[in-house]
Design a protein around this ligand. Structure first.
Ligand code: ADP
Length: 190
């Protein structure tokens, strides 16, 4: 089993690129954001908690997403691996992921990081808001909080995966096709 992490700031195009990656490499896509939005739509207790945090641009507690990830690993079969999108997003989540994988004698295969400048984050999320209508894409203030959250809590993971020798960064600017080709040329090495 391969375990790929799709990393990058909000709006980098992770969701878009994930659909191509799962198809080409026979992976199961796990988007913690999408799983949380499903809980919100179903009105579960977890969904109610997640909604209040997501709508402010904050992260949900580490234990919540860690539990979701572990249960996906246990229940999904028939694929060559998993593509983690939006997880890990904090250092404790990265450490928890290593522990979860170690239980079955596995480890993270590689991190593919899609990088775009902050100005582009705002522009892309605003474009997406028109199409998808996500509550956390609705205001500039929430988007700014998410950008700050990304820099403070998620960006330190770059160092973590560089140290582990698992970090691969690609330029996320340009067309969807161009970014896809850059990602595929990294993925082909693993
Ligand atoms: P984006 O890539 O635009 O930030 P996501 O769909 O990945 O969007 O996530 C939406 C929101 O869901 C995040 O802003 C956060 O509140 C919550 N979320 C998603 N993944 C995690 C995670 N691993 N840890 C904590 N919160 C998360």
């Amino acid at each position: 089993m391969k375990y790929y992490i799709l990393f990058g700031p909000p709006g980098a195009g992770k969701g878009t690129q994930a659909t191509y990656m799962v198809e080409k490499y026979n992976l199961h896509h796990i988007s913690t954001g999408a799983l949380l939005r499903k809980e919100i739509a179903a009105g579960t207790e977890l969904g109610i908690l997640a909604k209040s945090l997501i709508e402010k641009g904050c992260l949900v507690p580490d234990e919540v997403v860690e539990g979701m990830i572990e249960s996906e690993f246990k229940t999904v079969t028939g694929v060559k691996g998993f593509l983690l999108d939006g997880f890990p997003r904090t250092l404790p989540q990265a450490e928890a992921l290593d522990k979860i994988l170690a239980k079955t004698g596995t480890e993270v295969t590689a991190t593919v990081s899609i990088m775009i400048p902050d100005e582009m984050i705002m522009e892309r999320i605003k474009g997406r808001a028109l199409k998808e209508g996500r509550a956390d894409d609705a205001s500039e203030e929430i988007i700014n909080t998410r950008i700050t959250t990304y820099h403070d809590q998620t960006e330190p993971l770059i160092e973590y995966y560089i140290k582990a020798g698992k970090y691969n960064e690609i330029d996320g600017t340009g067309t969807i096709e161009e970014v896809k080709d850059r990602i595929f040329s990294v993925m082909d090495k693993f």
